[in-house]
Design a protein around this ligand. Structure first.
Ligand SMILES: [Zn+2]
Length: 76
């Protein structure tokens, strides 16, 4: 999964993420009509928007790679 960072407040942990997913799944019904979804397969995933939970919508969320996140600060 991608990591995000809010440039406005430095938040690394709380985001609202809006995602569109296309999936294919095996819908398995019992004779009684009860549905069990099996073998769900992700065909496509599109992240539409990411907003900072604290600044929303004034934040400025950017994508960071895992190794760019340091517990004691930011690598330059
Ligand atoms: Zn923020």
């Amino acid at each position: 999964m991608p990591r995000y960072r809010c440039a406005a407040c430095g938040n690394l942990t709380r985001f609202d993420v809006v995602t569109t997913r296309r999936t294919r799944a095996f819908h398995h019904y019992t004779v009684g009509g009860e549905l069990q979804v099996e073998d769900e397969e992700l065909l496509d995933e599109q992240v539409e928007s990411v907003t900072c939970r604290w600044c929303d919508p004034g934040g400025s969320v950017e994508l960071v790679s895992d190794d760019a996140v340091e517990p004691d600060g930011e690598r330059t």
